[in-house]
Design a protein. Structure first.
Length: 288
């Protein structure tokens, strides 16, 4: 497939780069549309809808093409390229782009991690982070349980930090009641019922029953995913060196916390890697 060798907006005539009338109008339009507040994607689809040809009858506009165009300083003109875009328009587009990328980078790794691990205590769905209020973010249940006023990044992070500090102050909070993490799967229940049926038969087939018992022992063992005692000991050992923190580090969050639950009573629970839970009450006011 042939690719463009001349920058969009220009053509080469008698060995000299000159402005391409129609294409340069498109370039101007792209800059204006962007400065007026349109996104890269929406500009790309506008050009595609208008069937504006990029190269050799091809209509192939996407946000990267638009992005490259907005970043190309040649449009302001130099020894080779005549000017299509004024410096002031170019700079305006540039500063809008910088502001937008700043906003995106504002999501710290901690916020990104919280996005992955935060769930709704009422329905178990993921919590999503939305930006409905312009600059102010809001966390809400993705299934729409909406009993809380609102939670922003700081509130959530502070609760997670406070729960962590509670554990740092009192390592006993990381203790897990023995077997509390044993949750029989459907497979276990099915197997147990099957075994009961076998035992109720008038004539017992000992070999089948023995195999059934061994099988259940195995699947029961499989659903106890780990030895929580060992993990609890390791967790306590690592955390006993940490003093109370002002704000939990990304690494601490990633290493020690596997889930954050936003409960309908306005409390926030951190579930640690050993399944221990520490809850902070009254984090979020109830809306009702
Ligand atoms: Zn929910």
């Amino acid at each position: 497939m042939a690719i463009r060798t001349t920058l969009y907006g220009y053509q080469v005539k008698n060995g000299k780069t000159v402005v391409h009338d129609e294409e340069s109008e498109v370039v101007k339009e792209v800059f204006s549309l962007y400065v007026e507040g349109n996104t890269l994607n929406s500009i790309a689809s506008m050009l595609t809808e208008k069937k504006i040809v990029y190269f050799q009858d091809e209509v192939k506009w996407n946000k990267n093409t638009i992005n490259r165009m907005l970043e190309n300083e040649k449009y302001m003109g130099n020894e080779i390229y005549p000017m299509i875009i004024s410096t002031s328009l170019f700079d305006k587009a540039k500063s809008i782009k910088e502001k937008k990328s700043c906003k995106q980078e504002k999501h710290s790794p901690k916020v990104e991690l919280l996005r992955k691990i935060t769930i709704c205590g009422e329905c178990g769905s993921r919590y999503k982070r939305v930006n409905t209020w312009g600059s102010r973010e809001k966390w809400m249940c993705s299934k729409g349980c909406n009993c809380l006023k609102y939670i922003d990044d700081d509130t959530l992070e502070k609760a997670v930090t406070d729960n962590f500090n509670s554990g740092v102050r009192n390592l006993e909070l990381f203790n897990v009641i023995a077997n509390s993490q044993y949750q029989p799967t459907i497979e276990v229940t099915k197997g147990e019922n099957e075994l009961i049926r076998l035992l109720e038969q008038p004539e017992l087939d000992y070999k089948t029953i023995a195999n059934g018992i061994l099988n259940i022992a195995k699947i029961r063992f499989d659903c106890c995913k780990f030895d929580s005692g060992e993990i609890t000991d390791e967790l306590k050992e690592e955390i006993c060196d940490i003093s109370v923190v002002e704000s939990i580090q990304y690494n601490e969050m990633k290493e020690y916390i596997k889930q954050v639950i936003i409960n309908s009573d306005g409390s926030i629970t951190s579930v640690f890697i050993n399944n221990s839970k520490i809850t902070k009450k009254g984090v979020v006011e109830n809306a009702s």
